[in-house]
Ligand binder design. Structure first.
Ligand code: EPS
Length: 385
């Protein structure tokens, strides 16, 4: 079972993640396999000044020896370079109070108010430091390991933006040209939409506002039969949805054509089944997003999520100061105008972790070799079935 926990505050010394259950024998070099994903997460048009400070890179503290996983828990650490500007405010040592930069004007849409009430913090910094999407760097580091494991199993993943600020990007997918997504400031293949979106981001920034969008994680090479229809908590669509919804600022998830399917007849939703010698079992459409009954169909797995606009508005909404109880403008902190392109990388990481776990569940073993051998036998079995 692959599972992970993160720790770390946005302006603390570092983010850490412990990733358990990765089989032994996986080639893993952080600078080659993890850091490029961390860089992708830092990118995208519309981000704030924090990303100019950080140069996210993963240091391996445990679980890897001589470039190979040992089967032990993998521990990764990502330094917060901004920590040097926050050591007094964020120090774990007592004796400095009040440490300044207290935040009391709860931002609508952030965890500030509900988290403050729940944990008894009147300095809402004690909530926001952990609720911040900075934490997603640790998730992406773990997800990069999962992507590496999936790669060994013949499964490839990618992340892109489907729409931003209500501007749709062309839905065409080009697996042979994934480099274009890295070069695009908005992780799309659609230059025309990008120009329009960049204008909208510039305008939102001028207006002190923020923008959301829809992101997509997609996997190809997925074998038939991951997940299960037999029990609710084993259905892969349900597990993917939970992973996606756990990402900061997500407000909706769809698998494949999701919401569209609720508006059109079944003949325009379900994917007819075909089998031939060349392609084996296959579909000519993939409106199901590669999942039927909570089980993978062998078609591409397509998970989308709706990200709301970031809650820190430079033109703030009305709120209440939790210290004085008086009406106030919501707090303003350095933030992003949009982080939708970055969030697509986080969605990929989270879905990769679930998918890698379901690969281990079905083909599991203690070594990568056991998994790949069983997977090969499974693919041969499906071809004959
Ligand atoms: C983020 C770092 C944060 C924010 C953003 C994500 O840095 P700072 O708060 O120092 O500017 O840019 O977090 C939020 C938008 C949020 O609401 O918390 C990052 O590294 O992704």
């Amino acid at each position: 079972m692959i599972r992970f926990l993160t720790a770390g505050e946005s302006h603390g010394p570092a983010l850490t993640v412990i990733l358990d259950g990765v089989p032994a024998g996986l080639d893993l070099v952080a600078s080659r396999d993890v850091d490029p994903w961390l860089r992708r997460r830092q990118g995208g048009y519309g981000r704030g000044r924090r990303q100019a400070i950080e140069k996210d890179a993963a240091e391996v503290l445990a679980g890897v020896r001589a470039g190979r996983t040992t089967g032990a828990p993998i521990s990764l650490r990502i330094e917060n370079r901004d920590w040097s500007n926050w050591t007094d405010v964020m120090s774990p040592e007592p004796g400095n109070e009040p440490r300044g930069r207290a935040l009391t004007e709860a931002r609508p849409g952030h965890a500030d108010l509900a988290g403050g009430v729940k944990y008894g913090h009147k300095d809402l910094r004690d909530v926001l430091e952990r609720a911040s999407a900075r934490e997603t760097a640790a998730r992406v580091a773990a997800g990069a390991v999962a992507l590496r494991l999936l790669g060994a199993a013949g499964v490839e993943g990618c992340a892109r933006v489907v729409s931003l600020a209500g501007v749709p990007c062309d839905g065409g997918m080009d697996w042979e040209n994934l480099g274009a997504l890295d070069e695009s400031p908005l992780r799309t293949f659609d230059q025309e939409a990008e120009d329009e979106i960049v204008d909208r981001i510039d305008a939102a920034k001028r207006d002190g506002d923020t923008l959301g969008g829809v992101i997509e994680a997609r996997f190809r090479g997925v074998p038939i039969g991951l997940g299960s229809h037999v029990q609710w908590d084993r259905k892969l669509d349900g597990r993917l949805a939970q992973a996606a919804m756990s990402i900061q600022a997500m407000k909706g998830v769809e698998i494949g054509d999701g919401w569209r399917g609720a508006t059109v007849p079944g003949s325009d939703v379900h994917d007819a089944i075909y089998k031939d010698d060349a392609r084996g079992w296959h579909r000519r459409t993939n409106r199901s997003g590669g999942l039927e009954g909570g089980v993978t169909t062998g078609e591409e797995l397509v998970v989308r999520a709706a990200m709301k606009p970031i809650a820190t508005l430079m033109k703030p909404l009305p709120t209440v100061d939790v210290a004085s109880g008086e009406p106030a403008d919501a707090a303003r902190e350095r933030s992003d105008t949009t982080a939708v392109p970055a969030a697509s990388i986080v969605l990929l990481a989270m879905t990769a972790l679930v998918l890698a776990d379901s690969v281990c569940d079905k083909f599991g073993g203690d070594t990568v070799r056991e998994i790949t051998e069983r997977l090969e036998r499974h693919r041969a079995y499906v071809a004959e079935w």
